[in-house]
Design a protein around this ligand. Sequence first.
Ligand code: SAH
Length: 255
Amino acid sequence: MSLREFLRPVRIVLVDTALPENIGSAARAMKTMGLSDLALVRPKLFPDQRANALAAGADDVLEQARIAESLTDAIADCVHAVGCTARLRDIRLPMFEPAAAAQELVTQTRRGPVALVFGAERTGLTNEDLSRCDAAVHIPTEADFSSLNLAQAVQVLAYCVRNAALTEQALPAIPAEPREDPPATIEQMERMFGHFEEALTEIDFFKGRPYGHLMQRLRRMLHRADLDSREVMILRGILAEAQRMARLAAGAVNK
Ligand code: SAH
């Protein structure tokens, strides 16, 4: 398989980017490393001449960029997503250094599209955006000055992804681990988390208490479980049954 083919399923996602210059520089960084799939979530100014100026010949990456209304939409079809964060915060996600994150991304491309997700210049990724990811990656820096320019962070990680793909390409092709059912996509995972929230509310599991923390733990646990689409359906079947029972019980009490 050619290097391009290894890299084709790797999507770079930029969320809430304020400066078109950064979008252009990111496209240039991607193209130098052989990446071409760019998704922009709510870019402030795009298309914009300043993006093209900084792309310096990577205009094709900009032209093909998909625009999305939400991060979930941008990575709906992905089987693995990694959030890039400048801060080592309490995010309850497995945290990787760049080479390890890149290796896992390249390995997962055997199963479907994968994404590297970058936050806005001023604020970075929200905790909500990070909770949609399977893991986080931090480029090691000086402890008191950890925030790289957005496009430079894209460059570092794109380089690591290229290196990981080169290593993978040099290895003898081992067939992907046979699994009967396709991996769960981010969209299926998000629908399942929505269903969990709805059903757990309906069976009064939360007892009126705030449940954000518990949902975060559930998210982390179920992302770690590497579910396939049938397993998601099984869990949702259990939830639906619990909802049915709760409705029956409520009906009996009301009689
Ligand atoms: N002030 C923001 C940083 C935003 S920099 C904050 O404190 O979170 C814009 C984006 O570049 C970040 O959201 C992240 O995706 C990426 N980035 C910057 N520095 C990084 C680092 N050291 N490791 C990983 N990603 C980084």
